[in-house]
Design a protein. Structure first.
Length: 361
């Protein structure tokens, strides 16, 4: 167990081949009125905490980790590593609570993250960047992918990073209330999905007029909080909601293929990084700890949804982790291979008890 001091809300393991022992934890603290010079707008602070793992391949659960760096920022709602080839540096994107996006490169020589680019994407410091996602999960190259960012004013913002700057290529009003999540279709870098407190799941084609989504799914009873495209199965999308459900969608159809009650609201969903465990989904369940779901029908060798028969109404919970005493927010799988390919290192963090833990599943 590690005390992050400030409330913790995000965890991301580095996928880069040369830095799979590195992960980051983001913190998010709303300053009390007596800690501010003025009460409006409310001020938030946070940190990016950088950790190095010492893996025990024969028993992943006994692996250890140590903090090697901390970087002060405004509060951090989300962070994502870019999937890049081994010839390029590992790059982390950070979304902050004052409308800023930060890009940082991992320096193996110095064993630290170094900020290379900072971009203000919202006109007001009262606008939070709520989530971000890279477009190139399935196709790592030496270049950076594109970024999509969701903002608390209801906007989605498209960013094109290059060697010297980050360029805003488009921005549009996507939701009436906070869009908690925006995510790419990892199989088609023209497609984006978003969801928010207006109870709507939307799809966007960046080649078209972005005032009009290509679909709007209104079949939700609470806000949409998390979305992830499956890295190994085309057209498959995992969607989590405050209504405590995780739904799987074929993005070409409006009705969910599967719906699982995970308890407490689903804040993050993460597909397992290995193709051998493509049926496993890690979920941060807010008021009910962390769980690993298994969708048995996804274990088939086929990559096409048309060849699958998703007959189960829900997934099986194959493992749960209840050691946290507060809101279960941040969680991620390690990309480091395990010796038997059965257990994977996992890091998780919780909010009010500012707790970070290391386990396996």
């Amino acid at each position: 167990m590690f005390d992050t001091i400030l409330p913790a809300d995000s965890i991301e393991f580095c996928p880069h081949p040369d830095a799979q022992d590195i992960f980051v934890c983001g913190t998010y603290n709303l300053l009390k009125p007596e800690e501010q010079f003025r009460t409006l707008p409310p001020k938030r602070n946070g940190q990016c905490l950088v950790f190095r793992c010492q893996y025990q391949q024969d028993d992943i659960a006994q692996s250890s980790f140590e903090k090697i760096q901390e970087i002060n920022y405004p509060a951090l709602p989300d962070m994502k590593w870019c999937h890049r080839s081994a010839a390029s540096k590992a790059t982390l994107a950070i979304a902050d609570s004052e409308g800023g996006i930060h890009l940082l490169d991992w320096s193996p020589e110095e064993s630290r993250l170094e900020e290379t680019t900072r971009k203000q994407i919202a006109d007001s410091s009262e606008t939070l960047c709520l989530s971000l996602d890279w477009s190139n999960r399935r196709n790592p190259t030496s270049n950076l992918g594109k970024l999509v960012v969701s903002c608390s004013d209801g906007n989605l913002v498209l960013l094109d990073p290059n060697s010297s700057s980050v360029v805003i290529t488009d921005s549009w009003k996507a939701h009436e209330y906070e869009p908690w999540i925006a995510a790419w279709n990892y199989w088609d870098a023209n497609m984006i999905y978003s969801g928010g407190d207006d109870l709507k799941l939307k799809g966007w084609d960046i080649r078209t007029d972005l005032r009009d989504p290509i679909f709007v799914n209104k079949r939700f009873e609470a806000g949409i909080t998390t979305i992830q495209s499956h890295p190994y199965i085309e057209h498959l999308l995992a969607v989590g909601s405050y209504d405590s459900s995780v739904r799987l969608f074929d993005v070409r159809k409006p009705v969910p293929l599967s719906q699982t009650d995970v308890g407490g609201g689903a804040w993050r969903v993460k597909w397992h990084p290995s193709a051998t465990r493509k049926s496993d989904l890690l979920v941060a369940c807010m008021h009910d700890g962390f769980k690993i779901l298994r969708f048995d029908e996804l274990a088939t060798e086929t990559k096409n949804l048309e060849d699958m028969q998703l007959l189960s109404s829900s997934a099986t919970v194959i493992q749960r982790f209840d050691e946290h005493q507060s809101l279960a927010y941040g969680v991620d799988w390690s990309f480091a291979p395990s010796s038997n390919d059965k257990k994977t290192a996992i890091a998780s963090c919780s909010f009010y008890d500012h707790n970070l833990r290391f386990w396996s599943g």
